[in-house]
Design a protein around this ligand. Structure first.
Ligand SMILES: Nc1ncnc2c1ncn2[C@@H]1O[C@H](COP(=O)(O)OP(=O)(O)OP(=O)(O)O)[C@@H](O)[C@H]1O
Length: 281
């Protein structure tokens, strides 16, 4: 495929806000260390939106867990604004595939939780205002005093998203955040995210299995290989921000979608071959 010129508003990423420097991760297994990430280097600039796409189980979540401060690399390092990741912190809002909500707190209390933390201290009126805003945006206003167990799966996921957005983290780390939502809600959540990014400075790393979602939202897409995850290729998305629904109809969208799908399919095939070899060992 021909190189697609970069036409979005964001300049080349420099200096890096997020830097993966020759990162490798091995996990111990009964058969010895298993390499999950292999020598990944990647710079992500201020206000960039980078998506990672690759076969299931290849190591994407592990990559995000390193950035979140939950997993340490075996080799290499990850820098945030030039400093090694110190552990989890309120500068990074993390949204996982599974609902990251506290079951013992109501909807309102869940959203307020982060706002009460010292690093994000806000007075009670400001907390209530932000909480009300996100409950409205997420369609949860009528459920303010409900506990998560009384919400549908999609509502719990929207609550998890509201909690992360409300704290206004500089970095959003999102691991399949919309995967559990129905198509209509997923599309609304994508648009809401684009809206939030228009008004707030955020640098975003998204893991998704949806090629369309990656193209619609990102400025760059990183395709990773079957395990161990290496960078297969990095693609510049040729659409600027604000980004409108109509980009789905752009012929470049269709062309990119086919190209990325093909790459991901090849990696799934490589993964299947590896598994066949392992089974026959
Ligand atoms: N803490 C851990 N200890 C041992 N193995 C782990 C650990 N975390 C992940 N793994 C293994 O590492 C591999 C990669 O997992 P990871 O969750 O990073 O993949 P993924 O690409 O995010 O998968 P998916 O797309 O299905 O969510 C898997 O084989 C998983 O079982």
């Amino acid at each position: 495929m021909n190189a697609i010129p970069r036409t979005d508003m964001q300049e080349a990423p420099q200096p890096a806000r997020i830097r993966f420097e020759n990162v490798s991760v091995d996990f111990p297994t009964a058969q010895g260390p298993m390499r999950v990430i292999d020598d990944i280097s990647l710079d992500i600039g201020h206000r960039e939106f980078v998506s990672i796409i690759g076969p299931s189980g290849c190591g994407k979540t592990t990559l995000m867990n390193i950035l979140g401060g939950f997993v340490a690399p075996t080799r290499g390092r990850v820098l945030l604004d030039g400093r090694p990741v110190p552990g989890p912190g309120p500068d990074r809002g993390v949204i996982f595939q599974e609902y990251g909500v506290f079951p013992w707190l109501t909807v309102r209390q869940n959203i307020e939780f982060g706002l009460r933390l010292k690093a994000n201290r806000a007075d009670a009126a400001a907390r209530a205002e932000v909480t009300d805003r996100y409950m409205r945006l997420m369609g949860l206003a009528d459920f303010a005093d409900h506990f998560p167990k009384h919400l549908s799966g999609g509502m719990r996921q929207r609550l998890a998203i509201a909690r992360a957005y409300a704290v206004k983290p500089e970095f959003l780390l999102m691991d399949e955040p919309f995967g559990a939502l129905d198509a209509q809600t997923r599309s609304a959540m994508q648009d809401l995210l684009l809206e939030v990014l228009q008004t707030e400075n955020k640098t975003v790393l998204l893991i998704t299995h949806s090629v369309e979602e990656a193209i619609y939202l990102s400025s760059r897409i990183v395709v990773v290989t079957a395990r161990p995850a290496r960078i297969r290729t990095i693609i510049d998305v040729p659409f600027g921000y604000p980004r409108a629904e109509q980009v789905h109809d752009d012929p470049r969208f269709t062309e990119l979608r086919s190209h990325i799908r093909e790459l991901v399919m090849q990696e799934y095939a490589a993964q299947a071959r590896q598994q066949t070899v392992r089974l026959s060992d």
